[in-house]
Design a binder for this molecule. Sequence first.
Ligand code: PNS
Length: 165
Amino acid sequence: MKTRRAIFPGSFDPLTNGHLDIIKRSSPLFDEIIIAVLNNPDKNPMFSVEERCEMIADILPAIGGNGCKLVVDSFSGLTADFALEKNAGAIVRGIRAVSDYEYELRMALMNRRLQPDIETVFLMAAEEYSYVSSALMKQVFTLGGRVEGLVPESIERKMREKLGT
Ligand code: PNS
């Protein structure tokens, strides 16, 4: 039987509980999900792509995946090319609010134009994470605010280490 493989692409700088929620929701739908970390040094990320992959790999065993294999990988270039290279049939993206939809729709249509056989699958994030984004977590944390419950504990620790707090 064909493996139902999906990629879940993103910057994950850092991974939030909103991302984890999407991974958990998508795992019953696929046999394998590749959490695909974009290598985007030009965006001046808080964590290097290696650090982000390592942080995610540390968390994945605790999620389990319930029969769905969860792996982490990094990529540069087009998401659609990476999905093809990995023989994935789907690209998973989370939608938090209507405001995400327009950007996500444009991206999904472009990815479909690039790779017509690869479908984008949108999943609705849990309401409690509807305002959670990596950018907001970094801003709040950097300015001394609390982010517990919004990012995994191990990631909050890494953020503290990074800022030397
Ligand atoms: O977590 P993000 O920043 O919302 O993820 C955005 C991401 C990485 C999915 C998007 O920027 C992307 O796919 N970048 C790779 C380049 C690409 O394929 N661009 C065309 C998408 S239509």
